[in-house]
Design a protein. Structure first.
Length: 311
């Protein structure tokens, strides 16, 4: 499966990328594009460049939009720190980002593929919306979009809105209205795909990649510990895990509309169940996950990467 990952690293974005990297038998990662979300687009781009250098992996990275289509950026230092990836102290990356803007990069690189691709969307969908609006023909070259975002009932930025959709609801409206098949990992399935904080402890004495993840999760879990939780949600790893092990997840088809107005419901994903006969324009929303096996999949990926990236 040829994939492009659009992200805002972001502790959980990094775990998602590592999970995909651990399974080259499943994923051919053609590129990583970055967008303003958890932090500035400069910070999130530097973050993933540092991580890839640190683990000795070379994947093209292209920096994207610095702000939502029509709104001000709203970085999230409470969850990810000022840098967007506080915790580990990594050296400046030697590798530079691709010279092209993420939208240009995606357009050119998707068209270069000799088969349709999968977009893994782990952030506000600003880049993707501008890609689809600027180059409509690229839609035929995108087989599906597997995304982390939205919710059936919950919210983590407003009572009924999830951050990735909230940050750029106009972009989400374009992507959900594109007709491209979407598999949506919303807050409900991410809540079931939880990882116990104690599972990260052994990583401290693991290999290079495990130790990096220990430092990442030691910072990221602070948000959970401060609330008395003994688990955390690695949101962005869920769409990748679902592609890798679909048997761990279940969901249903819904029509999804995006609320772009209002102080209370901006970014709400309004989902109406599709009946059995309907399929066109319906989104698969994941609702349930086997949390224990999801965590095992993530931790196993670190063991694979440790073995492949010796100290
Ligand atoms: O709501 C969770 C999403 O917001 C994740 O993608 C996380 O990285 C943040 O961007
Ligand atoms: Ca993200």
């Amino acid at each position: 499966m040829r994939i492009f990952i659009d992200c805002d690293p972001g502790h959980d974005d990094v775990l998602a990328i590592l999970l995909a990297l651990a399974h080259p038998e499943k994923f051919t990662m053609q590129g990583i594009t970055t967008v303003a979300g958890n932090s500035t687009v400069r910070h999130v781009t530097d973050n993933i460049l540092k991580v890839l250098d640190h683990i000795g992996v070379s994947i093209p990275v292209a920096m994207g939009c610095a702000r939502p289509i029509r709104r001000e950026p709203e970085p999230q230092p409470a969850a990810h720190g000022e840098s967007g990836m506080d915790g580990p102290s990594l050296p400046e990356a030697r590798t530079k980002a691709d010279a092209r803007h993420a939208v240009t990069f995606l357009h050119e690189e998707i068209l270069r593929q000799d088969a349709p691709v999968t977009i893994v969307a782990l952030a506000p969908m600003t880049n993707l919306a501008i890609l689809l609006e600027t180059y409509p023909a690229v839609r035929e070259r995108i087989e599906r979009i597997c995304m982390m975002g939205g919710s059936l009932r919950g919210g983590n930025i407003l009572p009924r809105s999830e951050f990735n959709v909230y940050h750029d609801p106009e972009a989400a409206k374009v992507v959900f209205g594109s007709g491209i098949p979407i598999v949506m990992s919303g807050l409900e399935v991410c809540a079931e795909a939880k990882t116990m904080l104690r599972a990260f402890e052994p990583l401290k004495s693991g290999g290079r990649v495990s130790r990096l993840v220990y430092e990442l999760m030691n910072y990221y879990s602070g948000y959970a510990r401060a609330r008395g939780w003994d688990y955390t949600n690695v949101f962005d790893a869920v769409p990748v895990a679902q592609m890798l092990a679909p048997e761990l997840f279940s969901g249903s088809k819904y029509r999804v509309e995006i609320e772009t107005e209002g102080d209370l419901c901006r970014g709400m994903t309004v989902a109406t169940p599709c009946d059995g006969a309907e399929s066109k324009g319906c989104v698969t929303i994941l609702e349930h996950a086997d949390g224990a096996r999801f965590s095992a999949l993530m931790l196993d990926a670190l063991r694979i990467l440790d073995a492949a990236q010796p100290d």
